[in-house]
Design a protein around this ligand. Structure first.
Ligand SMILES: Nc1ncnc2c1ncn2[C@@H]1O[C@H](COP(=O)(O)OP(=O)(O)OP(=O)(O)O)[C@@H](O)[C@H]1O
Length: 337
């Protein structure tokens, strides 16, 4: 089990990691999710032993790792660009950590075949990394990271260099591979969908601090602050009477406008529906791959982000919306960190 206790890392006047405490249980996957510059890579590097800690402790199974060099921690690292050795074959790349551990030739070949199978690239052993697609290269990098059966796998934006559709597919595969191998992992990413797909738990990091940590579904459903909500994809924020009006008649939200607080809504929470109880006027309509993104001025509420299935709505059109409570969350100010 990995435990971080008040970890702090400074670069001059910049506090890149500010008193971070987190744990990752054996066999589970934690995603540290945050915007560019929030300190997530520095946090990962400090776990790997690549940064000097200005405060706090990094412990593995109860043992403080201060003074334990990177190569003796038993952790593996995987980066955005897999950093494969271009001059070596795929099989040699994957076998590299095994060679370092003096695993014999026959056993190495057996493990390489097994790992290529695991990452969906059987028969690719003799290829050079430069002849592979970006997604295939990341699969090879993952196989190499898993070769030595690391106690902890540290993943730094492992899918960021890939295009969207490939990233979605590989995120699902990554999840399956980590679960099937029982790997304990910590992944840093700025992509909330990726965090949701790959991890069991999610820690949202803002300005060097952990703003919220919990099971991915819980963080997804109940962000503790507007900043966290915005970062995980909530787009509309309303309060007071406007919020009460929005949820009136929608079961399951239970928002009392008079009690204060903010109602956060994902775009998917407001859908065009001819039986919907909210009426408004379309201000903007943008078609995306499988839906239409609308901005709708709702009477007595203001402009909200909504979703339509067909591209039949134009600015100025009157529409009615239905609220789906699964995409709505009441931000609880009391729990704000
Ligand atoms: N070696 C360094 N020297 C000085 N400042 C640094 C150093 N490394 C990181 N920083 C600063 O620390 C802060 C956190 O950087 P870090 O790379 O950890 O963020 P990040 O969340 O991983 O961002 P990104 O997603 O853009 O990589 C930033 O303000 C950055 O400029």
């Amino acid at each position: 089990m990995l435990e971080l206790d008040d970890v702090t890392v400074r670069f001059g006047a910049t506090v890149a990691v500010d008193s971070v405490s987190l744990s990752v249980a054996e066999g589970s996957v934690l995603a540290v999710l945050g915007p560019s510059g929030c300190g997530k890579s520095t946090l990962l590097r400090s776990i790997a032993g690549l940064e000097h800690l200005d405060g706090g402790r990094v412990c593995w199974d109860g043992r403080d790792l201060a003074g334990v060099p990177t190569h003796e921690r038993g952790f593996a690292l995987m980066f955005q660009d897999g950093q494969l050795f271009a001059h070596a074959s795929v099989a040699e790349n994957i076998a590299y950590p095994l060679k370092l551990r003096r695993v014999g030739r026959g056993e190495r070949a057996r493990r390489v075949a097994e790992l290529l199978e695991l990452v969906g690239l059987p028969g690719y052993g003799d290829r050079r990394p430069t002849t592979l697609s970006g997604g295939e290269q990341q699969r090879v990098a993952l196989a190499r990271s898993l070769a030595a059966e690391p106690a902890l796998l540290l993943l730094d934006e492992p899918l960021s260099a890939l295009d969207r559709s490939l990233r979605d597919r590989l995120a699902g595969d990554l999840r399956e591979i980590l679960v099937s191998t029982g790997t304990t992992a910590l992944m840093v990413t700025h992509d909330h969908d990726e965090a949701f797909t790959v991890a069991d738990r999610m820690a949202v990091m803002l300005d060097g601090r952990i703003a919220q940590e919990g099971e991915t579904v819980d963080v997804w459903r109940a962000p503790v602050s507007r900043q966290v909500a915005e970062f995980i994809g909530y787009e509309t924020f309303v309060e007071g009477e406007a919020a009460a009006r929005l949820v009136r008649g929608a079961d399951g939200v239970g928002f009392d406008g008079a009690a204060g607080g903010v109602l956060a809504l994902r775009r998917s929470a407001l859908r065009v529906d001819e039986d919907g109880s909210l009426s408004g006027v379309v201000r903007r309509a943008v078609s995306v791959s499988d839906a239409v993104h609308l901005e709708v001025e709702v009477d007595g509420v203001g402009e909200v982000a909504a979703l339509a299935e067909d591209p039949v709505h134009h600015p100025g059109d009157a529409v009615t919306l239905r609220l789906d409570p699964r995409g709505a969350s009441r931000l609880n100010d009391a729990r704000r960190l």
